[in-house]
Design a protein around this ligand. Structure first.
Ligand code: ACO
Ligand code: ZN
Length: 457
């Protein structure tokens, strides 16, 4: 899907690095959407007499007369995003400001972007002339219709289809979105980073009135105020996750934490992770899970980079439940490392595995990238025929995932009731080049681990 990222420079403030984890341009075509800029303003009026350049002295005053304020929840309108361009949004929620009786802020969803970019905006970011009272697709069609080609529209649709929503029925998806529609915590401080959050997380009610939470980077307990955290840090004697170190490679370490032995840690981790995971149920029953925490270690301690969770016993054959790389560490290969690690554990168990569904948009990209590279590497080196089953046995990747990956690469054909791999060396080379860099490798010889079952679990 090309490079979707528009990385924000990590600023510095109050001794913590600020990571605008939400600054991603999800859809490459988005910047062209209203490239005409004013085209929308000039060409798409629905309110007679609100013409720009039509002798309007005070545009806003005049607009306010025509469009009832405050805007209703559900209104569709164009909003100026941080890229300086106008994008179609839907108003999800509104709240009164203390600055005046008619002052409101609006929580908006950008139609073309993932929900992690939803945010509170001020009225002056909204292009009131574009207000569309009608619900539904009509407005997007119009906004898109201005500049979007059919190809661009399809890209947007595909992106949305890949967002991991497809396995929810419409009613439960609506219910999920209603309940989690507004982010409750907008920032967290963790170690030396301040991180913008992506999604709602069901913190206990006493935390519902705070915008920012402060986490102890070692035991993951969280508090509302910086002074409380400072007090905690003086007392907390952890310098790494509370579990066994099962892997060390240079400054990288992986710890295994048993949710049953470290319940509070497991719960805290789930609250934290949910801030960056959309469609994941929060498991209060952390007893049933093992958590694999990846850390970068230095003389101050082991700093969490990301993690994945794994059910102790999965009936569905999942080898990973949730995976997260914390935003300051994303796009550096840690995600692929975590994925590779989960398959190394499966190999030790003598099983094949697959990640729990649904996958998020970024989860899908990462898994597809991982599967592609691993399978292409084997096909390139392998002499003679190799079957899907053999590929699966070698990699611990479930056969269904092997098939979908090879199908997407058009390296597989269905002949006489059988899948046949057709791997031309030239084609393999081309795909391998396109698959990009491999990321951090897991050195299986450094893994010191006994599967849970054999630990007596
Ligand atoms: N834009 C475009 N492609 C991306 C992006 C992005 N923002 N982020 C990752 N990718 C793709 C790329 O193909 C990348 O490979 P490349 O850098 O070689 O091009 C590949 O994913 C993996 O990149 P990594 O650097 O190895 O992965 P990262 O450390 O960023 O972690 C992860 C990936 C874990 C999915 C991360 O994005 C994340 O934590 N997201 C939020 C939580 C989430 O969605 N988790 C998955 C849910 S599904 C589940 O849990 C089963
Ligand atoms: Zn602590």
């Amino acid at each position: 899907m090309g490079s979707l990222e528009q990385n924000a420079p990590a600023g510095r403030g109050k001794g913590v690095e600020t990571v605008a984890g939400t600054l991603r341009e999800e859809v490459p075509v988005a910047s062209n959407l209203v490239a005409a800029g004013g085209a929308m303003e000039h060409g798409n009026h629905h309110h007679d007499g609100v013409g720009v350049g039509g002798g309007v002295v005070n545009g806003l005053m005049k607009k306010r007369k025509m469009i009832p304020l405050p805007l209703e929840v559900g209104t569709r309108v164009l909003c100026r995003w941080r890229d300086g361009k106008l994008h179609p949004v839907k108003v999800i929620e509104r709240r009164k400001l203390s600055t005046g009786p008619d002052d409101y802020q609006y929580y908006v969803h950008y139609n073309e972007f993932n929900r992690r970019l939803d945010e509170w905006v001020k009225l002056d970011q909204l292009e009131l002339e574009s207000v569309e009272a009608d619900e539904g697709e009509k407005f997007e069609e119009k906004a898109g219709g201005l500049k979007m080609t059919r190809h661009q529209k399809r890209k947007i649709e595909e992106t949305h289809a890949e967002e991991g929503h497809e396995e929810f029925d419409p009613a439960s998806l609506r219910e999920h979105e209603e309940f989690t529609k507004v982010k409750n915590i907008s920032k967290i401080e963790l170690g030396r980073y301040e991180i913008d959050t992506w999604y709602f997380s069901p913190f206990p009610p006493e935390y519902s009135d705070c915008n920012k939470l402060f986490f102890c980077e070692f035991c993951l307990s969280f508090v509302k105020r910086k002074e409380q955290l400072a007090r905690h840090m003086r007392k907390c004697d952890l310098k790494h996750p509370p579990g066994d170190e099962i892997y060390r490679q240079g400054s990288l370490s992986m710890f295994e934490v048993d949710g049953k032995k470290n319940k509070i840690y497991g719960q805290n981790l789930c609250y934290l992770a949910k801030l960056f995971l959309d469609h994941k149920t929060l498991y209060y029953d952390v007893d049933l899970f093992l958590f694999y925490i990846l850390c970068e270690c230095d003389d101050r301690g082991c700093h969490m980079v990301g993690y994945f969770s794994k059910e102790k016993h999965s009936e569905e054959g999942y080898n990973l439940a949730c995976i997260l790389t914390l935003p300051p560490y994303q796009r550096k290969g840690y995600g692929k490392f975590l994925i590779a690690f989960s398959y190394e554990l499966s190999k030790k168990e003598g099983k094949v595995g697959t990640p729990e569904r649904p996958l998020s948009d970024l989860g899908l990209l990462s898994y597809r990238g991982y599967w592609t590279r691993i399978l292409l590497d084997i096909l390139k080196k392998h002499r003679g025929n190799v079957s899907i089953k053999e590929l699966s046995d070698m990699t611990a990747i479930k056969t269904e995932d092997v098939i979908t990956t090879l199908q997407a690469l058009e390296l597989i054909q269905y002949r006489k009731g059988q899948h046949v791999i057709c791997a031309e060396p030239k084609l393999l080379e081309k795909h391998l080049k396109a698959a990009g860099k491999g990321g951090l490798d897991v050195d299986a010889s450094k893994l010191i681990w006994t599967p849970y079952k054999e630990q007596g679990g």
